[in-house]
Design a protein around this ligand. Structure first.
Ligand SMILES: C[S@@+](CC[C@H](N)C(=O)[O-])C[C@H]1O[C@@H](n2cnc3c(N)ncnc32)[C@H](O)[C@@H]1O
Length: 266
């Protein structure tokens, strides 16, 4: 790499860096190659991306724990899951109750290939390869139908994925919400420039250079996504502050200030 970052791929080769494997590296996972690690270290010099990844993964852990322990939810649909490693949804949920069912959805074939291998022996978890905006395809997929009964409370997680949805995320969210029964949960995080405009602008620029467009959104935009849901306390706040339990390893104020988080109940 000379001037800007190398363009990333979602193809399954080990010659070019891949978005999902970069994220896995930020989280301390083992599903990445040397090309991913070199680029990841270069990105880390410009934005605290590893800390941001840990911040949203920690948010997701707290939400899953809450769903299982306090709301008796046993089924999870994780949209834009990434490689399900380093404390992901099925690990947390099934450690609390092995009967929890989890469906991961990701459009990236590399993520899906890694996840299929990891989940091979797990009858209660599966990954579906789909664009999350194709809501009908996700909901009608045989693995979704096998593992999630939408007449019972379920949790839909949109953690770290909505900035990749450039057009009409509100409509997509509303369609998932419409599929959920009463006492279900919808949790989301969203990248924002509200607090750290320059820093987050740098991340957006890096994404553009790598061919991976990110759209940060304001608190008001995200509030609209949550319209009609009963927000659990403390409402829409920075994800790092959402029922923080102090278990965040090596985070930073700048990384924490770049992502909102909220949990709503149907
Ligand atoms: C930041 S990463 C993983 C975040 C993960 N949920 C977590 O909490 O660690 C975002 C993931 O979303 C996936 N993604 C982006 N746009 C998508 C779309 N429209 N449909 C499905 N997956 C998408 C990417 O392939 C990537 O694996």
């Amino acid at each position: 790499m000379q001037d800007g970052p190398q363009r990333v791929t979602t193809k399954g080769d080990s010659e070019r860096p891949n978005v999902a494997r970069l994220f896995d590296y930020y989280l301390g996972g083992a599903h990445n190659f040397a090309v991913d690690r070199v680029l990841a270290e270069q990105i880390i010099q410009k934005f605290p991306v590893a800390e941001m990844a840990r911040t949203i993964r920690s948010f997701s852990r707290r939400v899953v724990r809450l769903c299982v322990e306090e709301y008796g939810i046993r089924q999870f649909l994780d949209l834009g899951s990434g490689i399900p490693t380093a404390g992901n949804v099925h690990e947390v949920a099934q450690s609390l109750d092995p009967s929890c069912n989890v469906v991961y959805v990701d459009s990236d074939p590399v993520t899906v290939a890694h996840a299929r291998t990891m989940l091979r022996d797990n009858l209660n978890a599966a990954i579906v390869q789909s664009d999350i905006c194709d809501v009908g395809a996700v909901l009608r997929h045989p693995e979704t139908r096998r593992l999630i009964d939408f007449t019972q409370p379920a949790a839909v997680l949109m953690v770290g994925v909505l900035p990749y949805v450039a057009d009409e995320p509100a409509g997509v969210i509303a369609r998932y919400r419409a599929a959920l029964s009463e006492s279900s949960v919808l949790a989301l995080t969203h990248l924002t420039k509200d607090v750290e405009p320059e820093l987050v602008g740098r991340l957006v620029g890096l994404g553009d250079d790598m061919g991976s467009t990110l759209v940060p959104r304001s608190k008001q935009d995200v509030e609209e996504f949550l319209c009609g849901l009963k927000l659990l306390e403390p409402g829409l706040v920075l994800a790092a502050h959402w029922r923080s339990d102090g278990e965040l390893p090596g985070t930073s104020a700048a990384a924490d200030a770049s992502t909102y988080g909220a949990v709503g109940m149907v």
